[in-house]
Design a protein. Structure first.
Length: 687
């Protein structure tokens, strides 16, 4: 690259110099031609003058050298300093016509007069005039023919001495600045015009200050070319620097990419893939050494809150900070990985027993639960840890990772911010729980849930007065899943609203086929407290065309305890619609008389647990007795749940309990069985 630059610059410089030199040469040639032309013109002019004088003297039949020479001397007085007359014949005598200045300079032999004379007579080629330089003077020598002698023509020769100043005036031409005479050979022959003696040997030089356009061009061009060269050099340096930087960047990117393979980009920790590989290596190692290891799965609690409250950047900063703290707890052979989101995992090596893993888990809890300084504020998070031990719980990667995940799930469902070791019974329960969790939303949305109805009978057990709707989930793989298994989960996962709405709507739809029966629907506390609950009830009855007066909502005490005012307002609205309200599971909670008096319930349902234990303990019987009387005293309908025996029936009937519900009369049944029981056409054939 640098070589290329130097070569380019060198080529450029040489080209410029060559162009300048050529221009200078050409200028010198032109100047010399001008000088030559100028000299020739002056010599011509002298020759012409001499010729004119010669013609003017031709008044004689035959001019003779002696007489003419004398006359010429008069005519050319002042024009020439020496005059000679001769004939063109070789060896002819030379007659000196004028001897104004008698110096050695005018010795005809040294001036080459004979050659000029013969040239003037046309006997030899060449001009009849020339400049001859003698010792320290230049002499212009010209010759002209004197007309009148055809056979043996007479020739007149004039010589004029030119000193240096006169010579310069003589030769002067435009563009020949500083023209001067030099007697030693000049260094630059391009701007020198040689003056020779009669034999043609150079004796002196007319020298001028050559017009050097090339040099001038370079002089003018030089600053620009210097600046240009600097710019070019700068550009070159820039390009080199840039290329170098890109190269370095490329290689470092490559290096980083190499390093980041198998790494989580945010924390720089190994990712799930690399973690798996390390676990494989560690497992094969412990097979040889007989050591143990622990796989810990970690999940931050409340990470989403941090993200939502402080933004994703804060969330990222938190992840990095957690990764740092975790890293400090581990020994070199251990592996800390991030699986994404708020999930981390650890391979703890050289584990002797569970206590070692437990110690680490405790330290992790202590460390991570200390507040973090994130985005200028103190942020606290919790962490749940699931631990699986190798080789006790498993000898392969997949098993250990799955079991650690199961244990983590257990830790989270036990209330978070704790650790949990995998235990074998955990697996099945949690697996099921996960399945339920994964599929519930889909089941609600795609109508795969179903409602069963448990009829409610009059106190004599003779007639059906209503039915309680109970949701069922027939899972394609798990079979029938009871509500106790998924309703709480729906609450946890924010699915209780869609689930509740679905149940309400379906119960109203089904209930329309059973005129005169009151349909009871269980409402969870979360569902009831939702601000749109009353609206959703109104929507359900309006859409299905079900009479609100036949709808009964079963609420638990939990509904009214938390926000009594809001609950009261909602209940008033519902009652205004004509909807009935029952207090479910009465006797298990606060069972406060105040609630019963304040809130506008129509009914209380005695919890089944009282009836279950009634026969065993006399106390329960007394309580049931009291509840029935209390309800009746407040003007409420009293329903007993869980009636299973005739004795219970008789007892409750005797107490004055209004309604009965339980296996003695009917278990919960599908809607079509309900159709048969009530004596209406099943929905499918009626449609
Ligand atoms: Mg109930």
């Amino acid at each position: 690259m640098a070589g290329l630059l130097v070569a380019t610059l060198a080529f450029f410089v040489v080209a410029v110099l060559w162009a300048a030199h050529s221009a200078d040469k050409e200028a010198a040639v032109i100047a010399r031609q001008q000088l030559q032309t100028s000299i020739e013109q002056r010599l011509d002019s002298m020759t012409q003058t001499l010729s004119d004088i010669a013609a003017g003297t031709n008044n004689f039949a035959r001019p003779e050298p002696e007489t003419d020479a004398a006359r010429f001397a008069d005519r050319t007085q002042g024009l020439f300093e020496a005059l000679y007359v001769t004939t063109a014949a070789p060896g002819a005598a030379l007659i000196r016509a004028s001897e104004n200045i008698d110096t050695a300079a005018f010795e005809p032999e040294r001036l080459g007069v004979e050659q000029i004379a013969r040239a003037a007579a046309g006997r030899i080629p060449g001009p009849p005039a020339k400049l001859v330089h003698l010792d320290d003077v230049t002499v212009a020598v010209v010759a002209a023919l004197i007309p009148g002698r055809r056979d043996d023509p007479l020739i007149v020769i004039g010589a004029k001495r030119l000193d240096a100043a006169a010579l310069v005036r003589f030769a002067k031409a435009p563009r020949l600045d500083g023209l001067r005479l030099e007697t030693s050979a000049p260094a630059d022959m391009d701007t020198a015009y040689p003056l020779t003696d009669a034999t043609g040997a150079p004796k002196a030089w007319l020298v001028w200050d050559g017009d050097r356009p090339g040099e001038a061009m370079i002089r003018r061009f030089l600053p620009f070319s210097v600046v240009g060269a600097f710019l070019m050099f700068g550009l070159f340096v820039l390009i080199v620097h840039h290329v170098r930087r890109i190269t370095i960047e490329l290689s470092s990117t490559q290096e980083r990419a190499q390093r980041m393979i198998g790494r989580d980009p945010l924390s720089g920790l190994p990712n799930r893939f690399l973690f798996g590989e390390r676990l494989d290596q560690e497992l094969s190692r412990i097979q040889r050494t007989g050591e143990g290891l622990a796989v810990l799965f970690l999940d931050l609690d409340r990470f989403k809150e941090v993200n939502d409250t402080y933004g994703h950047q804060a969330g990222d900063a938190l992840i990095v900070a957690v990764a740092e703290r975790l890293g400090e707890l581990l020994r070199t052979p251990d592996t800390l990985a991030r699986f994404g989101g708020d999930e981390f995992a650890i391979i703890q090596t050289q584990v002797g027993n569970m206590a070692d893993a437990e110690t680490l888990a405790r330290r992790i809890l202590d460390t991570v639960t200390r507040p973090f300084e994130i985005a200028g504020t103190s942020v606290s998070v919790g962490i749940s840890i699931g631990v699986a031990m190798g080789p006790e719980n498993g000898r392969d990667r997949d098993t250990l990772m799955r079991l650690a995940d199961t244990a983590l799930y257990q830790a989270k469902s036990e209330g978070r911010n704790r650790y949990s070791f995998f235990a074998s019974q955990m697996d099945e329960t949690i697996r099921l729980r996960k399945v339920v969790e994964d599929d519930l939303r889909d089941a609600i949305l795609s109508d795969r849930l179903t409602l069963h109805y448990q009829p409610i009978y009059s106190a004599d057990g003779e007639s059906i007065v209503g039915a309680e709707a109970l949701v069922r989930w027939n899972h394609p793989k798990q079979g029938m899943i009871p509500p106790s298994r998924f309703v709480a989960l729906a609450e946890e996962r924010g699915l209780i609203i869609p689930l509740g709405e679905w149940v309400l709507r379906r119960a109203c739809e089904d209930g329309k086929r059973w005129p005169g029966l009151r349909i009871a629907v269980n409402v969870s506390a979360i569902q009831f407290r939702h601000r749109d609950f009353v609206t959703s009830v109104m929507r359900a009855v309006a859409r299905t065309g079900f009479e609100p007066s036949r709808l009964e909502l079963e609420l638990t005490e939990g509904v009214v305890v938390e926000d009594a005012d809001a609950a009261e307002a909602a209940m008033m609205e519902l009652r205004a619609l004509g909807v009935h309200l029952a207090l479910d599971d009465f006797g298990t909670g606060y069972s406060s008389l105040i609630y019963l008096r304040r809130f506008a319930f129509d009914k209380i349902k005695i919890d089944r647990s009282f009836l279950e234990s009634m026969e065993a303990t006399g106390e329960s019987a007394i309580l049931v007795h009291s509840i029935v009387h209390l309800g009746r005293a407040l003007g409420l309908t009293v329903t007993a749940e869980g009636v299973e025996t005739r004795e219970q029936h008789r007892f409750l009937q005797a107490l004055g309990c209004h309604q009965l519900q339980g296996y003695l009369f009917s278990k919960p049944i599908p809607a079509d069985e309900m159709d048969r029981l009530v004596g209406v056409m099943p929905a499918s054939s009626a449609a």
